[in-house]
Design a protein around this ligand. Structure first.
Ligand SMILES: [Zn+2]
Ligand SMILES: [Zn+2]
Length: 121
């Protein structure tokens, strides 16, 4: 009886040769940039790898939304705009923050003494 069961098992064991795969035809498409860089608008690099981050050409006066040109030691660089209220890279600066009033109100509410007992809201 035991012998018969063993034989049945053997017939279902997959042959190792069948696991061969033709790896040559697997999708080996190289990564291609299709979205233009947010900073300079050129397709071919990521926003953070933009050459404008190191140096902005003199004839360039504007960079993409969310970035701005700063002059440091006579050289222009593109930097990410940072909002002092949102504290994330944003497409606006502190003065133009659309969340300004909301964040100020929220910060003020944090200054209040914490409620006693478990918070139920
Ligand atoms: Zn770029
Ligand atoms: Zn903001």
């Amino acid at each position: 009886m035991a012998q018969l069961q063993l034989n049945e098992k053997n017939t279902t064991t997959p042959k190792p040769e069948e696991r061969k795969t033709r790896s040559a035809v697997v999708f080996t498409r190289p990564f291609k940039f299709t979205i233009p860089c947010k900073v300079c608008g050129v397709v071919g690099h990521l926003n953070d790898d933009c050459p404008y981050m190191k140096r902005v050409p003199n004839n360039v006066t504007e960079v993409g939304k969310g970035y701005e040109i700063v002059t440091f030691r006579g050289e222009k660089h593109a930097v990410r705009m940072l909002c002092g209220y949102c504290h994330i890279s944003a497409d606006h600066q502190s003065d133009d923050c659309p969340h300004k009033s909301k964040i100020i109100a929220w910060k003020n509410s944090l200054r209040k003494p914490p409620p006693v007992g478990p918070v139920t809201s």
